[in-house]
Every structure is written in structure tokens, then in C-alpha cells.
Write a protein that binds this ligand. Structure first.
Ligand code: NCD
Ligand code: ZN
Ligand code: ZN
Length: 344
């Protein structure tokens, strides 16, 4: 197969940042994706419907002329998120989910939740109003190995959360382990996971290939090959519980290439092309549309896009660096060939 036409995909996990960075990165996503779930981990975080509305306006203003890209907004869950905040979110037509970050787990998560039980009133309201809970599923305890943080989160928190709120829509974001895949495959209730393209492309050797590779550093960390195989099997299975979320997370080059570098992979400039590569290598291009364009909308209760995009097997070279205002960003596959290209 040298070309494939699929319904226009959506990105169910995306970081767009703010200011000059926002303006630089929105076009890359809007080129391929009809909609995206926009993460709220700004500084300060997006905590209320009013803040989400203002952020949405800034995103809309950064779209290229003629683009119909639609940002689907999220609120950042804190220990003081109120039942009224959730009701307001449910009543708005642009807030589609609430995001849980364990405090200290990842980029801009200082305002996150320390004791999950303190957020239970808000979570109960989410169950009642049908607002999905999106989770950065990692524990942060210093005595847990960083490669085990996701598996321990599932054991300690996810199972209890699932049984306490059986009807709540839950998404385990950026799943990275076979433990996550096994859990999502067998969990009761509306349970799903997003899978990034970089976790499908790489195992943890990619962090150290010929030297330290800061542009492959993201959270949760890339894991062993057997975990990558489990993610690949899930993504290409057609199972509606698994859908596309790039977790494209731009940081300025100097913040990545640093003695204490930021976590995040900037995949948006070639996200669909790279997913196509991965699905082709797995002999599963026929499953790409379900994963990228159908399963996500079904879970969120939205219609799939009625537009299409076409991808062709037509190699091209990714730039080594991209400009974002005064900053430089290094995209995934920088300076290297990409086998597929979106042509329409
Ligand atoms: C994300 C970011 O930079 O905002 N980083 C990452 O490594 N994935 C945060 C996140 O999704 O955890
Ligand atoms: Zn995360
Ligand atoms: Zn993320």
C-alpha cells in the first residue's frame, strides 16, 4: 500500500503552550488534525471554565487562515476544584475533560493533586455529569523506580478509582507499559488509553543511542522493547479503547539540551506521517483510521470528522530545527527522513 486516505484524525492529548510558542505550534497540528484535546498545564494552570475560554480564544487566533481546527479544552484538577467548577465545565460547550496530574509528576504539575481522595467530590461530580477524567498515571514517590511509576500507579490508584466511580469515563494518558495495556483491556466501565507515536517508535535504548538523547526524554519515560510491543499490539488491534494522543510537548531547545532538561517530545510536525510509518511496519495500515479518527470520537461522544486526509509513501526530510518566535524547537526525527507524507 503506497497511499491511504482516512477520515481526518483528532489528537486526544496535545500541549500547545501559550504566547509565541503557541503561535508557532498550532499550524503543525491544524494541518493534520480536526480537533485536539488541549492539555491545561500552563503556568499558571487552566483551572476554570473562564480560563479555558480565554485560552481557547488565544488558540483560535493562532490558527492559520481558513483553518477549522477545533481545540477541545480541559481543566486542571486541583485539590480545590469544586463541584460547581465541574458542573460549569459540563454545561459549557468547549470543555471536554478534566486532567489529573499527581503533584510533581511532570512539566508544570506543581499545582497537581497530592492526596487523590481530596479530589473525590470533584471526581464524583465528573462521574455524575459525564466529564471524562484524563490521567497522567504515575506515582512520584522517590523510592519507586522511575521506570515503574506507571505500573505502581495502576495498582495503587487506578483500580480503586475505577471501583469507586464505576460509571466515570477514564483515560490513562500516554500509556507506556504492558501493565497499562493489560489494565485497559480488562478494566470494567468506560476505560481507555491514548498512545503516543514516540512510545510506538522507540524502546528505552533510544534515550542513549550513541550518547545521551535529550530530545527522546519525555514522561512517562520510554520503556523496554516488550512494552513497546504491547503498545503496538494495542494501537493496531482496532480495539476502541485505544486511540491516538501525540502528547506533542514542545520545549525550547536550550531547555531540553541542559544539565536539567525538560521532558517532552515535539512530534506535531510529522505526527500522522510517523504513525503511518509505525502502522505500515506492523502491517496494520488498515487499522490506522480506527485508532486515529474513529475510536477517540466514539469515547468522547463526538461525531467523527466528515473530512479526509491522504498520506502517501513519499520520503521527505524533517528540518533540523524549527523557529518559534525568539526560540528554537527540535522536532522528532530532526534532520532525518520520514517515509510518509500527508498530501491532502
Ligand atoms: C509534558 C509537557 O511537557 O507538558 N511532557 C512530557 O514529557 N510528556 C507533560 C506530560 O504530558 O506529562
Ligand atoms: Zn503527562
Ligand atoms: Zn502530555
Amino acid at each position: 500500500m503506497n497511499r491511504i486516505r482516512i477520515r481526518r484524525p483528532d489528537d486526544w492529548h496535545l500541549h500547545l503552550r501559550d504566547g509565541a510558542l503557541l503561535e508557532a505550534v498550532v499550524p503543525a497540528t491544524a494541518r493534520s488534525f480536526g480537533r485536539a484535546i488541549v492539555m491545561p498545564n500552563l503556568k499558571p494552570p487552566v483551572r476554570t471554565v473562564a480560563e479555558a475560554g480565554a485560552y481557547r480564544d488565544r488558540i483560535l487566533a493562532a490558527r492559520p487562515a481558513g483553518s477549522r481546527f477545533e481545540p477541545l479544552m480541559t481543566l486542571y484538577l486541583t485539590e480545590t476544584t469544586s463541584v460547581d467548577d465541574i458542573r460549569e465545565a459540563a454545561e459549557s460547550d468547549f470543555v471536554h475533560a478534566v486532567k489529573y496530574y499527581p503533584a510533581g509528576a511532570t512539566t508544570n504539575s506543581d499545582s497537581g493533586v497530592r492526596e487523590l481522595e481530596r479530589a473525590y467530590p470533584a471526581i464524583e461530580a465528573m462521574e455524575k455529569h459525564g466529564v471524562p477524567l484524563l490521567m497522567h498515571g504515575e506515582v512520584t514517590d522517590g523510592d519507586i523506580d522511575v521506570f515503574d511509576r506507571e505500573a505502581v500507579f495502576i495498582e495503587r490508584h487506578l483500580e480503586k478509582l475505577r471501583s469507586t466511580f464505576p460509571a466515570m469515563k477514564m483515560v490513562l494518558e500516554h500509556a507506556t507499559t504492558s501493565d497499562a495495556i493489560d489494565y485497559v483491556n480488562s478494566a470494567p466501565g468506560p476505560t481507555a488509553a491514548t498512545i503516543t507515536v514516540h512510545h510506538l517508535m522507540f524502546n528505552r535504548n533510544a534515550l542513549f543511542e550513541g550518547g545521551l538523547r535529550p530530545h527522546h526524554y519525555c514522561l512517562p519515560l520510554i520503556k523496554r522493547e516488550r512494552h513497546r510491543q504491547a503498545l503496538l499490539a494495542a494501537a493496531t488491534s482496532g480495539n476502541e479503547r485505544f486511540f491516538l494522543g501525540t502528547d506533542s510537548a514542545p520545549h525550547p531547545k536550550h531547555a531540553k539540551e541542559s544539565d536539567c532538561g525538560c521532558a517532552g517530545v515535539y512530534s506535531a510536525p510529522a505526527a500522522m506521517e510517523l504513525y503511518a510509518e509505525v502502522f505500515e511496519a506492523a502491517g496494520a495500515l488498515d487499522k490506522l483510521e480506527a485508532f486515529a479518527s474513529l475510536n477517540g470520537p466514539a469515547f468522547y461522544g463526538l461525531p467523527p470528522s466528515n473530512e479526509t486526509i491522504e498520506l502517501r509513501k513519499q520520503p521527505w526530510q524533517m528540518d533540523r530545527e524549527l523557529t518559534a518566535g525568539q526560540e528554537t524547537i527540535v522536532p522528532l526525527r530532526a534532520g532525518d527522513e520520514i517515509g510518509w507524507r500527508q498530501v491532502g
